[in-house]
Design a protein around this ligand. Structure first.
Ligand SMILES: Cc1ncc(COP(=O)(O)O)c(C=O)c1O
Length: 392
């Protein structure tokens, strides 16, 4: 990318996801102070960006940069994130009778998870706005990604993670030069402590959906799904949901592409399925009309799913409702079985989160919510190489 080029992103402003009150784009933003809800980056009603312009662009998420909120190319902090492959799962499809089964393998991103997308975006925007220090609570992968991108940007990084987080996630952050703080509690406790550090040091806190930029990076998964599938979307997408940024982002991307005419206005959008661990089911409970019980939610081998309270829960719920999707949970035993089955049958080293969506598909095809003739896309959000030790 030519870093001397001043590029004009089409981003206009931000708005509160609840009341739509506007916030300026040229200042570092967190969440809406009017309603205490996530902020959303806005673009023109009909952005002037043609999909033909993508031809010949670099193979990373930054190929969509008109629809990303960084204004100058020199501020982009990139390690080559995005444009991960969509793989055919032919052998499992045959074994279980699916006619069109695919997996987008996000484990092939820098730092081995889809977190690279959101963090590349957030650190780039932070750089553009003069930030020198960042902090984040994490289940593991976001911390590793933030540490790497802060290293690449020359920023100080502080990461807070539950003390039961596998050591490899801790080591990864330390190797990228971050300070790691282990917390006796789950990710919500890490979140509270990160606010404390933000207040004390002035560090930019990139806690999930409490700042608006990671969502913009994660939404590029939606753009890629359309482009890589030649603008024909799947019938169903299964997404392993913790904080839900990717799910919300993919849905945002579909609507932006309709506004730009990249896909027809009347496109039948995929049903979006939220998948959680049976150990931690806040979104499954909320979407199925059950009361959330924060005390009942615990850890999971799929640590990205151990989020007892998602700040963007209303938006997650809205995506599931609008898309006529649903929310389901799978057990820890199912997740383990799924990891082994996908590794040994397809040669894809999935994270436990990726195995969770496969096992959810098996359940949902049995109860009839998903028919075996439908086009199904599974999101594998991370690499299984980080969790091998946990299976012994
Ligand atoms: C591998 C993996 N999958 C899924 C998630 C959940 O992602 P989201 O916050 O977008 O729901 C995480 C979050 O830590 C993760 O690391």
């Amino acid at each position: 990318m030519d870093s001397t080029k001043v590029f004009s992103s089409l981003a206009v402003d931000l708005s509160c996801s609840k009341c739509r009150k506007n916030y300026p784009i040229n200042q570092l933003q967190y969440y809406s102070t009017c309603c205490n809800k996530p902020l959303i980056v806005n673009y023109p009603e009909k952005p002037d960006f043609k999909k033909e312009e993508l031809v010949g662009r670099e193979s990373s998420m930054w190929r969509y940069l008109e629809m990303l909120p960084v204004f100058e190319i020199k501020n982009i902090v990139s390690l080559g994130e995005g444009m991960t492959p969509i793989l055919e799962m032919d052998r499992l499809a045959v074994k279980y009778g699916f006619s069109d089964l695919k997996m987008k393998d996000e484990g092939l991103n820098p730092t081995a998870s889809f977190k690279a997308r959101g963090i590349s975006m957030a650190i780039s925007k932070a750089k553009e706005l003069g930030v020198t220090e960042c902090v984040t609570p994490t289940a593991g992968n976001a911390g590793g990604a933030m540490s790497a991108y802060c290293a690449a940007a020359g920023m100080k990084a502080t990461v807070l993670m539950p003390n039961f987080t596998p050591k490899i996630f801790q080591d990864e952050c330390r190797f990228f030069g971050a300070e790691v703080i282990l917390v006796d509690g789950m990710i919500d406790k890490c979140g509270e402590m990160s606010v404390q550090i933000q207040k004390e040091t002035g560090a930019f806190n990139i806690s999930t959906l409490k700042e608006p930029y990671r969502l913009e990076g994660k939404k590029t998964m939606g753009y890629e799904i359309a482009e890589q599938l030649n603008w024909e979307l799947p019938d169903v997408i299964l997404y392993p949901t913790g904080g839900g940024t990717g799910l919300i982002g993919i849905w945002k991307a579909f609507h932006e592409m309709m506004a730009m005419g990249w896909i027809p206005e009347n496109t039948k959008l995929p049903r979006m399925v939220v998948v959680q661990s049976a150990n931690c089911t806040p979104m499954v409970d909320m979407i199925n009309g059950k009361e959330q019980n924060l005390n009942a939610y615990g850890e999971s081998i799929a640590n990205g799913l151990a989020v007892p309270k998602a700040f963007g829960e209303d938006l997650i719920h809205q995506v599931v409702k609008e898309s006529k999707g649903m929310a389901v949970a799978v057990t820890e035993e199912q997740i383990m079985e799924g990891v082994k089955e996908i590794c040994a049958t397809e040669g894809i080293c999935v994270a436990p989160e990726g195995a969770a969506v496969w096992m959810a598909l098996r359940d949902l095809s049995q109860n009839g919510f998903i028919s075996k003739e439908e086009k199904v896309l599974l999101l594998n959000t991370g690499s299984g190489y980080k969790t091998f030790e946990e299976y012994r």
